[in-house]
Design a protein around this ligand. Structure first.
Ligand SMILES: *Cc1c(COP(=O)(O)O)cnc(C)c1O
Length: 379
């Protein structure tokens, strides 16, 4: 890449480093993935067949639950989980103000109302004191998001939920394989929701999602909901959805699942390299390393985020912002959050910056990012 500033740069800076690169995930396993695709085409069944059933069993076993129900996306996983647990229509569902629009969209689509709470700035996850303060009788569920792959402190959250008799639906869309209380996320609440969007820790090559639970009756209801409310073919018992995972994506996910722990370990290794290099860098706050964190994203905080991002971009380094607008400030959700201020989430949305992290990222690429940060941050 040509330098526009005329300064000499080390040779390594000519490397472009993407924020994420799912194509490298294909390249790593191309022969196996190709065979999986051929197998599905040869079998001639494309929706809710043997591959989906096998993947559901394998993913349930991986998460340590009795059931996994595969659906079309993470948003659908959240929507169906909320619909499946049978909340009173119009119930409040407590969730974090820093996260994906997918989460409150699912809450509203399920007929509930998002009740946003602020984050704990030391973890970026929802602040449990705020959850406790927000637990009115209108609340039907708490929806903790294991943001960036860092598990929420579930023992306190589960105790609060039990005390108030409300359900807990985990948004584990960024945290496949993350562990807390000696268990995998998705195995702690009433149900866990996963996305297999291509860049997620376990990603398909298209859309996909799953709901985990250890309640066969709930799993049976979710299987009805995902396909027109059918209990048996052409018998709609309840009003359902069409949200199925297809066989090709399930076959790909079966190839990838056995590699998830190794890939998460690599993400943790990259996070450790960033921590080592960046903790002492002035003007930057790093997320720190913590138990069970699978680093879907590695988000630093910096007061001059937009400038740093632009400078890294001119050096060929891809970054992301997760997320630029707190959820309670977004037009679609404003009516559920009239006049509330959640200062920690609002400040985070102006300061967070996600650095490249994915399993196939090389040590050399990590060094390039680390090398580019001091000059990008200097005023
Ligand atoms: C990706 C994501 C979702 C939505 O998943 P889709 O598969 O894109 O619908 C929900 N919540 C969080 C936290 C996510 O990161």
């Amino acid at each position: 890449m040509a330098s526009t500033t005329g300064e000499l740069r080390p040779a390594a800076s000519s490397i472009r480093v993407p924020l994420s690169d799912p194509a490298r995930g294909w390249a790593e396993l191309a022969p196996e993935l190709g065979r999986a695709l051929e197998q599905v085409v040869d079998a001639g069944a494309f929706i809710l067949g043997d591959q989906v059933r096998a993947f559901e069993q394998e993913f349930a076993a991986y998460c340590g639950v009795t059931d996994a129900v595969a659906v079309a996306s993470g948003t659908d996983a959240l929507t169906l989980a909320l619909a499946g647990i049978g909340l009173e229509p119009g119930s409040d569902v407590i969730t974090s103000a820093l996260g994906s629009s997918a989460t409150p969209t699912a809450i509203v689509r399920a007929g509930c109302r998002p009740a946003f709470v602020d984050i704990d700035p030391s973890t970026n996850n929802l602040d449990l004191d705020q959850v406790a303060a927000r637990l009115t009788p209108r609340v039907g569920a708490i929806l903790p998001v294991h943001l960036y792959g860092r598990p929420v402190a579930m023992s306190s959250l589960l105790a609060l939920a039990a005390e108030h008799r409300v359900a807990v639906i985990e948004d584990a869309c960024q945290a496949h394989g993350a562990e807390v209380m000696g268990r995998k996320v998705g195995a702690l609440g009433t149900a866990g929701c996963f996305s297999f969007y291509p860049t997620k820790n376990l990603g398909a090559f298209g859309d996909g999602g799953a709901i985990t639970c250890s309640d066969p009756a709930l799993a049976a209801r979710l299987r009805e909901l995902r396909q027109y409310g059918w209990r048996e073919r052409d018998r709609s018992e309840v009003l359902g959805f069409n949200s199925r995972l297809d066989e090709i994506q399930a076959a790909f996910l079966r190839v990838k699942l056995p590699h998830l722990d190794r890939w998460n370990a690599r993400r943790q290794q990259i996070a450790a390299l960033y921590e080592q290099a960046l903790t002492s860098l002035a003007g930057v706050r790093t997320p720190g390393l913590s138990d069970g964190h699978v680093f879907h994203l590695y988000a630093i905080r910096t007061g001059s985020r937009n400038m740093v991002r632009a400078r890294l971009s001119t050096l060929g380094i891809g970054t992301g912002v997760h997320y630029p607008v707190a959820l309670h400030m977004q037009p679609a959700f404003r009516s559920f959050a009239a006049n509330i201020r959640l200062p920690h989430a609002e400040l985070a949305s102006s300061e967070v910056l996600s650095l490249p992290i994915f399993p196939q990222l090389s040590d050399v690429e990590v060094e390039v990012v680390i090398g580019a940060l001091p000059e990008s941050i200097a005023a």
